[in-house]
Design a protein around this ligand. Structure first.
Ligand code: NAP
Length: 432
């Protein structure tokens, strides 16, 4: 039973935190007004819609994102009940909105405790789509170190990441970076690797699946994988193989090769079937990774999320930046190299309402478009794993943490997403 004093202290903590939140809001409004005036004075014209971020410069925005906001920031450190009693805000209680997604506000994935955002490593070793070069490795290691030092402890990879001779490179690099991490060992021990096992056509028995898992452990030189995920379901084209893959998930879990089991690209119907199968075998299904972003939020994603919530399965959002389209740095005359350009050329022309809203909210909040897009994924109760290729991108994406979109902003973004006629194409292996 909490004592009266404990209750009083708890109430006073709550009041102090509410007051600080409100003061911060006031401060933010003032800051935004100043920024608008500053912006128009310095540019001589109002900032354009899409692309203003580019004019300001990605580096400057990344710096802004992580730099503590200017002087009028109120912290909740001081504890002074008498001050609060005389405060004009004494009776003001804005609604509490939930966690602010600090990296230390860990989220559970089955038995694991992870940061509210992770990083994806598809690009690490992929020359074809992402333009990877081995000269990037030093920068990738710095990216990894920056992430871990800032509380990020979940990294997504796959046994199929890396093109041609570089197959498996993403896992190899992650293993190397973990081994060479210079920070406190406690931090290193808490790193969770979520890797995915491709449903290759030659994986026809549980034993072969276990071998694939052992090969990943070998590449990373670690003893146990955090989350072992089936990369995709074969239900659409080889339903008979599916059973062997599910048995493989059971076997790798029973052998203790993974701490938790997850899936990827499963739709609601197939997910329930797998959940029931695993449950009957005594294996909990801990996560479901799916393309989930402001560019990929339809009936299927919503249904999957509802089902996952009811079954205690954590949704992991892949491609939360729409492969880069939601960062605001691309437009029809500025496209990425490689096959992404084909896709972007089709989708970007229809994205004006969404990109405009993203940028507007970003400017009002003193954030970047990427930070807003990632924060939206967290606001929906999922763990986004934005892909990062540089220290700069990691630094900027870290600025998606420590704050939270308001519910009206979330609605505005979703309305704008609906008004944007083109959506992301779905993974060919995605099931219903
Ligand atoms: N389960 C699956 O089937 C599946 C499928 C896809 C992805 N995934 C996982 O999800 C992760 C993330 O998805 P994704 O990599 O496909 O797409 P994403 O996170 O939507 O976009 C990542 C790309 O956007 C650009 N970017 C990231 N942060 C940026 C920033 N702050 N400013 C400007 N540009 C930025 C980078 O590419 P550029 O600089 O080249 O533009 C980066 O590689 C992957 O790495 C992978 O681990 C899983």
């Amino acid at each position: 039973m909490p004592t009266c004093r404990a209750i009083r202290i708890q109430r006073s903590e709550q009041l102090r935190s509410d007051t600080c939140n409100m003061l911060n809001k006031v401060s933010e409004k003032t800051k935004n007004k100043k920024k608008k005036i500053w912006g128009s004075v310095h540019s001589g014209a109002p900032l354009g819609r899409v692309g203003a971020r580019n004019r300001i410069g990605g580096v400057a925005m990344a710096f802004l994102a992580l730099t503590p906001p200017p002087p009028m920031r109120f912290t909740c450190r001081a504890s002074n009940e008498s001050l609060l009693q005389s405060s004009p805000f004494q009776n003001f209680k804005p609604p509490r909105l939930g966690p602010l997604f600090w990296p230390w506000e860990k989220v559970s994935v089955g038995p694991l405790s992870v940061s509210p955002m992770g990083f994806g490593t598809w690009a690490w070793g992929n020359q074809l789509l992402w333009g990877y070069q081995e000269e990037m490795d030093t920068g990738l290691q710095e990216t990894f170190n920056l992430a871990v030092s800032n509380g990020i402890n979940i990294f997504d990879t796959a046994d199929s990441y890396g093109t041609g001779k570089l197959n498996g490179q993403s896992e190899r690099l992650l293993g190397k970076f973990i081994r060479e991490f210079q920070g406190p060992p406690g931090m290193r021990d808490k790193i969770v690797i979520a890797t995915k096992f491709a449903a290759y056509p030659w994986l026809l028995t549980a034993g072969q699946f276990v071998k694939a898992c052992e090969s990943s452990l070998e590449r990373m030189q670690i003893e146990q994988i955090g989350i072992g995920q089936l990369h995709w379901s074969t239900a659409n084209y080889a339903p008979l193989q599916e059973q062997a893959l599910w048995d493989g998930l059971v076997a790798m879990y029973e052998k203790g090769l993974v701490q938790a089991v997850g899936v990827s690209n499963y739709g609601p119907k197939q997910l329930i079937k797998l959940y029931d199968y695993l449950k009957a075998r005594g294996v909990p299904l801990s996560s479901a990774q799916v393309q989930f972003s402001l560019l990929s939020i339809g009936k299927d994603q919503k249904e999957l999320k509802t089902i996952c919530d009811s079954l205690g399965i954590r949704v992991i959002s892949y491609s939360p930046l729409g492969l880069g389209m939601l960062t605001g740095k691309y437009n029809t005359s500025r496209l990425p190299r490689g096959p992404r350009a084909l896709l972007f050329r089709q989708i970007l022309p229809g994205l004006a309402p969404l990109l405009y809203t993203l940028e507007e909210i970003a400017q009002k909040r003193g954030k970047t478009m990427s930070q807003v897009a990632i924060n939206w994924c967290m606001s929906k109760g999922t763990i986004p794993i934005p892909g990062v290729k540089t220290v700069q991108q990691a630094r900027e994406n870290l600025g998606a943490l420590g704050w939270r979109l308001r519910s009206d902003e979330i609605l505005e973004l979703e309305k704008a997403a609906q008004e944007s006629p083109r959506r992301m194409i779905q993974n060919i292996f995605q099931t219903k």
